[in-house]
Design a protein. Structure first.
Length: 201
């Protein structure tokens, strides 16, 4: 019941400020046009400057979802979060769509809020490119993401290969698989992206 009340308190205190000025540029992040900044003692602003709708969530340290909403593509600007009702602790503000995922850590202590700039995780949509016949390289631009998962499914949605990788790229040789369409699902546990490829011998 306590978590439910917290979720309602956060939900009620969210104010959309869309259209009130231009969105601020990102501060060197790999996700262009998206940024989180502290605005007042226990308030943060999420700046989005993307054409697609953005899914937004606030999650506590135990993984409980406290708020979920969507900043629509017409809201190129600011969404402000008044977090006065949240107790002391660590939280995550996440924003994602089909092209990126980001998570910003923040801490509430007493009447203050601190953004952990080292706790900013970001992932851009991966690219899956053929580098030889039926061989593919997955590139995953990421910041502060230690490991990504890869799952490859055939046209009947049967899992044919799984792997994990660290770093920006990983190669996969699918030449032993039969002809057909295959789907790569790539990303960290918090966000997966889907890309389809074709195998032809």
């Amino acid at each position: 019941m306590k978590q439910f009340r917290l979720a309602i308190a956060v939900l009620v205190s969210v104010c959309g400020l869309a259209g009130m000025g231009d969105a601020k540029a990102d501060n060197g992040s790999i996700v262009s046009g998206v940024n989180v900044e502290k605005s007042e003692q226990k308030k943060v602003r999420l700046y989005t400057q993307t054409a697609q709708p953005v899914d937004v969530a606030i999650i506590d340290a135990e993984g409980h979802l406290l708020y979920r909403g969507v900043a629509s593509k017409n809201q190129k600007g600011t969404t402000s979060f008044n977090l006065n009702n949240l107790p002391d602790g660590q939280y995550f503000l996440t924003a994602s769509n089909d092209t990126y995922w980001m998570s910003q850590v923040f801490t509430i202590n007493g009447n203050s809020l601190t953004l952990d700039k080292n706790g900013l995780k970001q992932v851009l949509q991966p690219t899956v490119m053929a580098y030889d016949k039926n061989k593919f390289e997955v590139s995953l631009p990421a910041n502060n993401v230690e490991e990504a998962n890869v799952a490859i499914y055939d046209a009947q949605n049967v899992l044919v290969q799984t792997d994990t990788f660290s770093g920006a790229a990983r190669r996969f040789d699918l030449s032993a698989l039969p002809d057909g369409a295959y789907t790569f699902i790539v990303g960290p546990s918090q966000k997966q992206f889907t890309t389809r490829v074709d195998i032809k011998h």
